[in-house]
Design a protein around this ligand. Structure first.
Ligand code: HEM
Length: 491
């Protein structure tokens, strides 16, 4: 559209509107006319402005930037953007979020933070859809919807509900590592810039020769890790993190993260005391040292929030040759869930929305559908025509899974629900780790107690038992601090 076209108001079909505030009515005080299609056009579009918000991670903010490859890793993967010369840059988009709150709820809530990163690579979009913690609450994907229900609003009161929150967690104690992190002050980060991002899941790096290695990635903030206390977060401006990110980029104080990968061979994975497919466990850095690959910089705010951030559609299934999902069941389920929700939230042609459109285009076999706005790839054949020169990439990088533990087996197995003493070991290490930072253990106990005191007594008892298993002293401190506050039984 030319600049001169933008200078006057029109209807949505381009007809100039002389006075956008006037409406056609019968006389000075009479009813409106149905023929006033300019006003109807305006109202009808307004009536449809809202689209479904994300079912989780609805509240967030984002920005564009670039990833600079500083240390290529051709020994690990064939991924084009990770194997170029040092200094190679890829455009990126990063969206931060909270998880449980609706759009417009507080940026400062005690909640994990989403860290969804897109690389616009020459081989298509590569999305690393991460959180700010190395672990997650579940290792069994069928628990995700019910787990999320308990962290959202009570179906009757429409209020957040401490009883159902702790009832779920104390009944599914594989969540304990994530609970330890969430109720430390790391659960209330000071904005989006001062926290790290972790893949959490194990993925695979692959090469053309069929070789592969397990990998996790982590982005460490150059702004440091800074958190709020529970009481600071409780009174924080709800838009604090959104404003902090936007304003930093506006004043050219560009936030940066150093990117690393941790790897494990199958032999190392066999010796690891946890399954590499268990998302509730982390890979200790002293045993699996992070290897630096690059630097991420955010340097451009969106020019339109709705177009570029609300409509962004990240998915862990958006990978490029050289990077594959592992057999982690939660990751496997996410490969389905994200594109599925995008088709619902944004429509079948969501990949055409400019922020989602891969820079190398997409297949002419994806045709038609509601709201096709890109010319539908014109006269290109919609089948593999012998008359038209569409090339297939014949050589690719795919892993040889024959050495993997799961290879060849198909069984119905409920691994996620079995708990052993091993499930509490890393949580105990975290508790001891907290002891090295002044007030961190004390704050942890306080943060749990002020929340748990709102739950019903029987659920409190179950939760005390969970913390007892982590550490007896921790369990008794939480019992004492929670009980001392009395049972408030609502939030
Ligand atoms: C069974 C497990 C999970 C399921 C089914 C699931 C599903 C979803 C869905 C449906 C969305 C909304 C996406 C959209 O509307 O665009 C979402 C958002 C998100 N999820 Fe998950 N999720 C799971 C676990 C995880 C885990 C383990 C992580 C991190 C390691 C994660 C990180 C995120 C992030 C960062 C977003 C926001 C993406 C954005 O900014 O647009 N999720 N998830």
């Amino acid at each position: 559209m030319s600049e001169s076209r933008k200078l006057y108001y029109t209807t949505s079909h381009g007809c100039p509107v002389m006075d956008p505030l006037a409406s056609q009515r019968i006389g000075k005080h009479g009813p409106l006319l149905l023929q006033d299609s300019a006003m109807i056009d305006l109202l009808a579009h307004f009536d449809r402005e809202r689209i479904p918000e994300r079912v989780v991670h609805a509240n967030g903010a984002g920005a564009f930037g670039e990833f600079e490859l500083t240390n290529p890793i051709p020994d690990l993967t064939d991924a084009h953007f990770l194997t170029q010369k040092p200094g190679y840059k890829v455009k990126t988009l990063l969206r931060f979020s909270t998880v449980g709150g609706e759009r417009g709820t507080s940026d400062c809530a005690r909640d994990p933070r989403g860290f969804a990163l897109r690389f616009y690579t020459e081989e298509g979009n590569c999305d690393w859809v991460m959180n700010n913690t190395p672990v997650f609450f579940i290792r069994d994907p069928s628990k995700f919807p019910v787990f999320i229900h308990t962290q959202k609003r009570n179906p009757q009161t429409n209020l957040k509900d401490a009883t159902m929150f702790w009832d779920y967690l104390s009944s599914n104690q594989e969540c304990i590592n994530q609970v330890m992190i969430l109720f430390s002050d790391r659960g209330t980060p000071d904005g989006f810039r001062k926290m790290d991002g972790w893949s959490g899941h194990t993925y695979k790096f692959t090469k053309r020769d069929g070789s592969w290695i397990y990998v996790q990635w982590v982005f460490k903030s150059r702004q440091g890790n800074h958190n709020m206390t529970n009481d600071q977060a409780a009174v924080c401006d709800p838009d604090y993190a959104t404003a902090d990110l936007f304003n930093a980029i506006e004043r050219k104080d560009y936030p940066q993260w150093d990117a690393y990968v941790q790897t494990m061979t199958q032999e190392q994975a066999d010796q690891f005391e946890h399954s590499v497919f268990d998302l509730t466990k982390f890979w200790p850095e002293d045993r699996y040292p992070p290897r630096k690959i690059g630097v991420l910089t955010l340097n451009k705010n969106p020019t339109n929030y709705f177009a570029e951030i609300e409509q962004a559609a990240f998915s862990p299934s958006h990978l490029v040759p050289g990077i594959e999902p592992s057999a982690d069941p939660v990751l496997q389920s996410r490969l389905f869930s994200y594109p599925d929700t995008h088709r619902y939230r944004l429509g079948a042609n969501y990949h055409q929305i400019p922020v989602n459109c891969p820079m190398n285009g997409y297949s002419p076999f994806h045709r038609d559908g509601a709201m096709r706005v890109d010319g539908n790839l014109g006269s290109q054949p919609n089948y593999p025509s012998t008359l038209f020169d569409i090339k297939y990439k014949t050589e690719g990088s795919a892993s040889d899974p024959s050495q993997e533990e799961w290879s060849g087996k198909a069984t119905l197995y409920q691994w996620g629900s079995e708990l052993t003493d091993l499930d509490y070991v890393q949580a105990n290490e975290l508790w001891n780790e907290f002891g090295k930072t002044p007030k961190m253990q004390e704050n942890f106990v306080y943060n749990v107690a002020v929340h748990l005191c709102n739950a019903e007594r029987s659920v409190q008892e179950k939760t005390f038992g969970m913390f007892d298993k982590v550490n007896k002293l921790l369990g008794s401190k939480i019992r004492y601090e929670t009980t001392r506050r009395g049972n408030k039984n609502s939030l």
